[in-house]
Design a protein around this ligand. Structure first.
Ligand SMILES: [Fe+2]
Length: 315
């Protein structure tokens, strides 16, 4: 068991581990992937042509010719590499994707383009994705909070309530802070809360995402997440049509990144499964947060307006 894992059991700041790009897969599995601890793999992309030739204009021009590429509201994604001569999929990612306990996913790769000063507010990624994020151009400042010491989220979402008080946010939390430089890759395990600030004029990241079918790491956020998705499943398969329809109507009307959707047919296999009382407890707990939401509701609208929408790719 490595030092970071030991440290991570106690509240407070811990220094994120750094590993060379030659780290063997077994080491990566044992120290980070199976224990779900973040790490930086240094210099993994430093010899890729992308480091020198990528700009948002270049990406858009190339992706416009790729029928598998799409522009989502926050990122570009593609099924396979229309830009494949510009980078190499790291060996550890290729090897992990061959594992039987990974949910297959078409939209495996995403490219993010952010201007200087862009802030991605505190949240954790839906669908319990493992994220491997390489900094291609620019630099980004990352703050990460462990799923064992969660932030309060807007009811039923994975988006943390914006009270804009970072000093208080870190109180009693297991957290780390790092600046990701060009060519380095950050591994963000499932359910880690993060806030990201873009530091340079143009900041491009390439990331791979996938979800594991099983986890041995049972955190407070995992328990919430299992209850959240079980409740979703309960509402969307309810015996009364009007319940199903109302849930679907409400869910479709909230922004995509807040939408409540488990995209896989099965749940994650863990040592725990949410009993029905935990669904009731989740509902009561989440609704009880409405008071806190109302106190900070004025911060939501400007943030949503500020989220930079990527224009559709012209095909
Ligand atoms: Fe995220």
């Amino acid at each position: 068991m490595n030092n970071n894992y030991q440290h991570n059991k106690n509240n407070g700041y811990f220094a994120i581990a750094r590993e060379p790009s030659t780290i063997p897969l077994d080491d990566f599995l044992e120290k980070y992937f199976n224990t779900e601890i973040p790490v930086i793999i240094e210099g993994i992309g430093e010899s890729w042509p992308a480091i020198n030739c990528w700009s948002e204009g270049y990406i858009r021009e190339k992706l416009a010719k790729d029928s598998t590429a799409k522009a989502a509201s926050l990122w570009y994604w593609m099924e396979k590499g229309s830009l494949e001569e510009d980078y190499q999929t790291p060996d550890i990612i290729n090897e992990l994707l061959d594992f039987a306990d990974v949910f297959p996913r078409n939209e495996l790769m995403r490219i993010w383009a952010h201007p200087q000063g862009n802030v991605s507010s505190w949240h954790y990624d839906a669908n319990m994705v493992n994220v491997f994020n390489v900094q291609i151009t620019g630099r980004k400042e990352w703050f990460l909070v462990s799923p064992e010491t969660p932030l309060d989220c807007y009811p039923f979402t994975s988006f943390a309530i914006m009270d804009n008080n970072d000093e208080k946010i870190f109180k009693d939390k297991i957290y780390t802070h790092v600046i990701l430089n060009q060519g380095d890759m950050l591994y963000i395990p499932p359910l880690w809360f993060h806030k990201v600030i873009s530091l340079e004029k143009e900041n491009l990241n390439l990331n791979w995402i996938f979800t594991k079918r099983k986890t041995n790491v049972v955190s407070k956020t995992l328990k919430r997440e299992l209850a959240r998705y079980s409740l979703q499943s309960y509402l969307s398969n309810h015996k009364y049509q009007w319940v199903q329809k109302s849930f679907s109507y409400i869910n479709k009307r909230i922004p995509g990144y807040l939408r409540w959707k488990w995209r896989y047919p099965e749940m994650i296999q863990t040592a725990i499964s949410p009993p029905s009382f935990s669904l009731i407890r989740l509902t009561i707990k989440e609704i009880a947060l409405l008071g806190k939401v109302l106190l900070h509701v004025n911060k939501i609208k400007p943030y949503i307006q500020g989220i930079r929408s990527i224009k559709k790719l012209s095909k």
